[in-house]
Write a protein that binds this ligand. Structure first.
Ligand SMILES: Cc1cc2nc3c(=O)[nH]c(=O)nc-3n(C[C@H](O)[C@H](O)[C@H](O)COP(=O)(O)OP(=O)(O)OC[C@H]3O[C@@H](n4cnc5c(N)ncnc54)[C@H](O)[C@@H]3O)c2cc1C
Length: 470
């Protein structure tokens, strides 16, 4: 039994690629090592409650019918209606930069870009014109030049904005929501992330990530695709430089014409027989996180906090990097799902706090020490987060957390690297004919980026050799 295509991973990119191939009448299976789909964006039950990983926000939010933007194109390609997603827009969000114990700069924004402009004007009136010029000069989603890909976003921002503290503020959310590199990113990546967060906007599907995943699985199966859970791929089989199939963890071999892999660059190479990369290989991403999810006894709004997402830096230099310490509570994201404008709130309110973490530390611990260190790290994170939001700890009914070790275990990404390798393969090509990369290491990150990646590589590789999204 031969497949036209086998897809490694039931994350966003794998499911999107699977839908496009199945729609084209291809015999396709998505192979997933775990018992739950979603990859970095998934859900699980603990103490009778459902928790989510990933998805603080669906970026690229636009109202239904907005033409020529990623969300509209993706939904059209996947044949999912905008209404079916039931997207609840954010109230408003902020980036906060603490300069001293009594001075914090706060940049506010919402799904109306005018709010951010007004906030820049309030904070730094002399920078308003430079900020406007910067926005006008941002590279688009598909017209970045080679120079844009090699130019530092910080350096380019500084050409428009003279105030270094505004440059820092403008880096916080784009770095947190998609940079595989520490401290800085390319101007091309900045253009994509700034547009998707600040010029389009943020929303959340009612019902959270599970609602979005249910839609994707439903589409995939309705188109005739085969979802094979607990079917980890132990090896990608090839001969004379061409893919021939895969070997599953249980030894079963499946034959195919093509493999699309969302496992990551070094991870996919290892499946092809390349020796396992060392921990310090520069192709392994360094950015991973500890996240805590706290179920609360009342909503953040009732506790006086009306912001959907706070991206914060508790130091004048934003510490977006792998810390030497287990976790870096001075840089974080505070997400309140009940602060989306929803008519169908979750059964219980919760807040999530996410901070950069050191993968090597978390993977070196025995079970007893791991549990104790998690408590210590999360306490420090919550203390820091409270100073940018509201008193969280007195209102916690239940909390659960995960670390880089959890991320690596459930996604297979080396280093627990949420945004994958700093070296992307934008064309998706590998050294083997018939093997292509999709998802994070093809270069598009986040939920929307991963969906787009799966769609465009599937379209190009099997449906329309010369084209991407139509
Ligand atoms: C804490 C956190 C918060 C985030 N917040 C947001 C957010 O607010 N907004 C946003 O847009 N994005 C967010 N993201 C990022 C987003 O989740 C990812 O960029 C996106 O989901 C990546 O999708 P993917 O398909 O590329 O890869 P993945 O989700 O990593 O999927 C890869 C899949 O492949 C499977 N796999 C790997 N190896 C094998 C193998 N050998 N055999 C079989 N299966 C295999 C894995 O188990 C996994 O399911 C967040 C991520 C995290 C961790």
């Amino acid at each position: 039994m031969r497949y036209d295509a086998l897809i490694l991973g039931a994350g966003m990119s794998g499911l999107a690629a699977g839908i496009r191939l199945a729609q084209a009448g291809k015999r396709v299976a998505v192979l997933e090592r775990h018992y739950l789909w979603g990859g970095l964006n998934s859900f699980y039950k603990r103490a009778g409650r459902r928790f989510e990983t990933g998805l603080h926000a669906l970026t690229n939010f636009v109202p239904k019918g907005t033409p020529n933007v990623p969300l509209t194109r993706i939904l059209r390609q996947l044949r999912i209606s905008h209404d079916a997603l039931r997207l609840a827009p954010q109230r408003h969000s902020k980036s906060a930069l603490r300069l001293s114990s009594d001075e914090t700069l706060v940049l506010e924004y919402s799904n109306d870009p005018a709010r951010m402009r007004a906030s820049v004007e309030r904070l730094f009136p002399a920078e308003t014109a430079g900020f406007e010029r910067m926005v006008a000069a941002l590279p688009g989603y598909s017209d970045a030049t080679e120079a844009d890909r090699t130019t530092s976003a910080r350096a380019r921002l500084a050409e428009f904005v003279r105030e270094p503290r505004l440059v820092e503020l403008l880096m916080i959310a784009p770095l947190f929501y998609g940079s595989p590199t520490e401290r800085d990113m390319s101007w091309a990546e900045y253009g994509i992330l700034f547009r998707s967060i600040h010029l389009e906007g943020m929303a959340r599907p009612e019902g959270g990530i599970k609602a979005l995943l249910d839609l994707l699985i439903e589409r995939f199966e309705a188109e005739g695709g085969e979802l094979r859970m607990r079917n980890g791929v132990a090896a990608i089989l090839h001969t004379h430089g061409r893919v021939t199939g895969v070997r599953l963890d249980d030894g079963t071999e499946l034959e195919c014409e093509r493999v699309l892999s969302s496992a990551g660059l070094v991870e996919t190479e290892a499946l092809c027989g390349t020796p396992r990369a060392n921990e310090d290989d520069p192709r392994i991403g360094r950015l991973s996180f500890v996240e805590v999810c706290c179920v609360l006894d009342r909503t953040p709004l009732e506790l006086g906090h009306d912001t959907t997402i706070v991206f914060y830096s508790d130091s004048e230099r934003f510490l977006y990097e792998r810390p030497e310490t287990p976790v870096e509570p001075r840089a974080g994201v505070i997400t309140c799902p009940s602060n989306y404008l929803t008519s169908a709130p979750d059964p219980e309110p919760f807040v999530r706090v996410t901070c950069p973490a050191n993968h090597g530390f978390w993977t070196s611990l025995d079970e007893t020490r791991y549990a104790a260190e998690k408590v210590r790290a999360v306490d420090a994170m919550l203390a820091a987060a409270e100073s940018f939001s509201f008193p969280i700890r007195p209102h916690i009914l239940f909390r659960d957390s995960f670390t880089p070790r959890t991320i690596e275990r459930f996604t297979g990404h080396r280093g627990g690297a949420v945004y994958g390798s700093p070296l992307k393969r934008r064309d998706g090509q590998t050294d083997l004919a018939g093997l292509e990369l999709i998802g994070t290491d093809q270069g598009l990150v986040g939920v929307v980026g991963a969906l787009l990646s799966g769609i465009s590589i599937a379209n190009r590789s099997v449906l329309a050799p010369s084209g991407g999204l139509s």
